[in-house]
Ligand binder design. Structure first.
Ligand SMILES: CC(C)=CCC/C(C)=C/CC/C(C)=C/CC/C(C)=C/[C@@H]1[C@@H](COP(=O)(O)OP(=O)(O)O)[C@]1(C)CC/C=C(\C)CC/C=C(\C)CCC=C(C)C
Length: 586
């Protein structure tokens, strides 16, 4: 009996497991835990007979003075623990690195598949390489002798890799390298180093006669290097296949009307086996467009979107896209008439959608086709069946207020109550819509009276965010001839809206920016408690959404902070820290 192998764990595998667990904990979800347990179960079940055979055939051995003693089918307990901890560590690294990835946009239906012809070529190249490895492995086993251990690795791992590649090649090829290459390479390099040390110390021994005798570097047998590489490939491909299946379930409500929080293996396989001809390419393209819009236009909500899950995440991205498109149509219109035209069209769109128009719902598509091409998908995909019409109509009323910045009434925000109404219309409504999606997509029921209180607080929070938005954009708005600071406040400081337009950097503007931020933070303090009443799975993500936007206000409140390039921004690391703290909050 000895502790050498146990020490390998204490020194090399447990410390990264602890570090990764601490990093992942705030981001953890029940689905994440389910994936890890699922993978560990498969790793133990699939590796045990193979490993047991290798030990039985004396291809590798453990000196009795290196292990504690208990075994499972001849496999030392420390080795069984190795399967578990390696799977755990590599899975956690993958889950951490792929957290921001929005998987639905990597699906490829028939049309998108044909557009990217290289996908088919790469699929079959992959199949050929894997099959060649399996055949080479069979050859080595048949010849026995020095190629035996390598042959056994290839023949054992090859079919699993082939299966996973065949099911999930779209994702394996398409996902960013941070979700494919890095979670394979980092743990593999690390385990190569650990293995070199263990082999040198004699913790485990690869017997001669059944190994090729090639070394990747001094002390690292080629078989060991290949073994750790393929096991990490298997773990990462397994997780990718899981994410591929879940993305199919998450993206197509028409094919899978309801999905459980933890989908069964049978449902996952059913999703993966669905022919790509059944995928709705239009929906995938619409989601790609919506995500691109979110990424380009809002760093705060883009970051926050990464911590929402499943269909709630999909619908929030689509809602953002609709709000952004509608706001831009009005803001970027060449004239007041054009802006009014778009607001009227958007109202007509809502009338048809919610059956308030004499125009039949079948004509909705015709109406949508009269919008600019870049706006059409966001109108088509807005999840209106989960959203009530009132906040959407109110949002459009808020956009109408922006049209009042005309020559007859150049500064419509007369006083703070008017600003509050404006904030409620353009942002309180958005909060209500987000909360409707939260209640729809989370399990457990929130009593109606509590829902009402949460929505009311959400509406207030929307106003707080809108104040932060106005405080941030004083210069940008002034350059467009707009002043959202209440005229009564300006008067108290002895300035006019025209003065702000002429010189938005003047000291009085800074005083009023701080006053507006004080109001924003008062409202924020009063409303934030309601987030804790939300269904558990939405609390952390909603905190991230709110906090990452409110942080812009905190930056603006720093003594001596000067707004550069027209807009205050939160540095990336600070944004990540805010998100982390928001998720760690208990
Ligand atoms: C995570 C995720 C993807 C969330 C999506 C949130 C969403 C749907 C945002 C829509 C934003 C938008 C374009 C609205 C149009 C009207 C508008 C311009 C509103 C202002 C947003 C500023 O966005 P941005 O900085 O990109 O805009 P400009 O470049 O200046 O044009 C607003 C400040 C409103 C944002 C308000 C919310 C998202 C509501 C937040 C409150 C909650 C979610 C409720 C919190 C819950 C409780 C219980 C307190």
């Amino acid at each position: 009996m000895g502790y050498d192998y146990a020490l390998v764990h204490l020194q090399y595998t447990i410390p990264p497991a602890v570090a990764l667990t601490l990093c992942y904990y705030p981001l953890s979800t029940s689905l994440g835990v389910y994936k890890i347990l699922f993978l560990i179960a498969i790793a133990v079940i699939s590796t045990t007979p193979w490993d047991s055979y290798l030990i039985h055939s004396q291809i590798w051995t453990y000196p009795p003075n290196a292990i504690i003693g208990p075994t499972l089918f001849r496999i030392p307990a420390e080795e069984v623990f190795f399967f578990i901890i390696q799977t755990y560590n590599t899975s956690l690294l993958y889950l951490l690195l792929s957290k921001p990835t929005f998987h639905p946009v990597y699906l490829r239906g028939q049309k998108l598949f044909n557009d990217g012809r290289r996908l088919g070529l790469r699929r079959w190249t992959g199949v050929s390489v894997i099959v060649a490895c399996i055949l080479a492995g069979i050859g080595m086993i048949m010849k026995s002798g020095e190629g035996l251990y390598m042959g056994l690795i290839l023949v054992w791992a090859g079919p699993f890799v082939l299966l996973l590649w065949s099911l999930a090649y779209q994702f394996i090829i398409g996902l960013p390298l941070s979700s494919t290459f890095i979670p394979v390479v980092l743990p593999t390099l690390y385990l190569w180093i650990v293995d070199t040390l263990a082999l040198k110390r004699g913790t485990w021994v690869i017997e001669s006669g059944t190994k090729l005798g090639w070394h990747l570097w001094d002390g690292l047998e080629i078989e060991e290097a290949v073994f750790f590489l393929v096991t990490n490939v298997l773990i990462v491909f397994g997780l990718i296949a899981f994410d591929n299946a879940f993305a199919i379930l998450q993206t197509f409500p028409s094919l899978f009307p309801t999905i459980p929080t933890l989908p069964s293996p049978i449902l996952l396989v059913r999703a993966l086996l669905l022919p790509t001809t059944s995928y709705e390419d239009e929906r995938i393209e619409g989601l790609q467009e919506a995500l691109g819009r979110l990424r380009a236009k809002s760093r705060s909500f883009y970051l926050a979107s990464g911590v929402f899950q499943g269909r709630l995440r999909v619908d929030l991205v689509l809602l953002y896209s609709f709000c952004r498109v509608a706001d831009d149509l009005v803001d970027e219109a060449g004239s007041i008439e054009e802006a009014k035209h778009w607001i009227a069209k958007l109202n007509e769109y809502l009338d048809i959608t919610y059956g308030k128009s004499y125009v039949k719902v079948e004509r909705k598509q015709d109406l949508i086709s009269t919008f600019p091409p870049s706006a059409q998908a966001s109108l088509r995909l807005l999840p209106t069946s989960h959203l009530s019409p009132t906040p959407l109509y109110d949002l459009l009323k808020g956009f109408e207020t922006d049209l009042h910045f005309s020559s007859s009434n150049p500064f419509p925000i007369k006083d703070e109550p008017t600003l509050q109404v404006y904030g409620a219309q353009v942002a309180g409504t958005v909060a209500e819509l987000c909360l409707e999606l939260v209640f729809h997509h989370t399990k457990g029921s929130t009593p109606e009276s509590l829902r009402r209180r949460i929505v009311q607080a959400g509406g207030r929070m929307g106003i707080a965010l809108q104040y932060v938005n106005i405080a941030r954009d004083i210069s940008v708005d002034a350059s467009n001839g707009r002043v959202y600071l209440p005229t009564t406040w300006l008067k108290e400081e002895g300035v006019t809206p025209e003065d702000i337009i002429k010189d938005p950097a003047r000291s009085k503007a800074e005083i009023l920016r701080q006053r507006l931020l004080n109001s924003a933070f008062e409202i924020y303090d009063e409303a934030k408690g309601a987030i804790e009443q939300l269904p558990a799975e939405a609390r952390g993500p909603m905190r991230v959404a709110v906090e990452s936007y409110v942080e812009i206000g905190r930056v603006l409140r720093q003594p001596g902070y000067k707004v550069k390039a027209g807009r205050a921004t939160v540095p990336k690391l600070r944004r990540l820290r805010v998100a982390w703290n928001a998720l760690s909050h208990t």
